[in-house]
Design a binder for this molecule. Sequence first.
Ligand code: 2P0
Length: 351
Amino acid sequence: MSVYQATASAPVNIACIKYWGKRDTKLILPTNSSLSVTLDQDHLRSTTTSRADASFKKDRLWLNDTEEEIKEGGRLATCISEMKRLRREVEEKDASQPKLSSYYVHICSRNNFPTAAGLASSASGFAALVASLAALYKLPASPSELSLIARQGSGSACRSLFGGFVAWQMGSLPDGSDSLAVEVAPQSHWPDIHALICVVSDDKKGTSSTSGMQRTVETSTLLQHRIAHVVPARMEAISAAIQARDFDAFARITMQDSNQFHAVALDTDPPIFYMNDVSRAIIALIVEYNRVSVANGGKLKAAYTYDAGPNAVIYAPKENIKEIVELIVKYFPQPEAFKDPFGLFGAAGVG
Ligand code: 2P0
């Protein structure tokens, strides 16, 4: 008897140009394009195994060994049914294919980083889910085509189907068929960039991204300015910086966009605060580190970016990482017992 099972992994991605706002909440269509760097497979990733079997009685999913409910019409159910639809297309073209689209699936997903670390796992999670079902169903789909489905699980997930530098083009069609991820450059184009993740707090965040960004869409006038007048030019400029391996420009744009995303969160009614005093102190440290370099005739040496939480991600060329870690440890001494509890306080290569 044949066993129909496949496993796939997808890494976490960290945005340099932030996605924040939906123009369609069901299809998850964004109000602006975004661009991220996918971390390498060795560090923060989700690994998912999917299995189809005629004996299964319903679709089921386990996340880190705990079963999650697959709510009818919810994001998980949408991704699974969309993948079954693509499988049906394969079966209709080739009658010799087993009718896996009519079987229920059991899906088991695990993160190799603690969910409690406060790092977004929905991006890697939905990307790995879609990739594992694509492997199970032997779909001829490209990563961009799969990104259309991962996007409906969680917007940022569409970017984790590629390694390296990835853009999520917002698209303009109402059905979302042009709102997909594309590769800007593979990791091998610029392997020198590293990401340092500083876990400032592992508390669960107060305002979820999904509800926070909708409140921003409804109440922030600054978001309208950002969408119309800021992001399009930044997408062009950061793509050019990546092509040219221009860290100075990449860093400047990344920090500006992190700042504007948090300004937009603050411009929301009621306001949303994702960074805390430690987050802001890390910004001050990186600003000073860069100021000294520039004052001595050098260039920017590091870029900070913050998502919907207080944890810092610092991008820097590899040669600066050791110095940055030493600075962070000097100014943010940690009690021995809390030193790197998750093994996250270190450099992760990208791609
Ligand atoms: C990003 N973030 O571009 C931005 C920056 C957080 C700050 O994507 O509602 O979890 O599932 O589409 O993707 C977080 O939003 O939201 C996010 P949904 P998601 O990475």
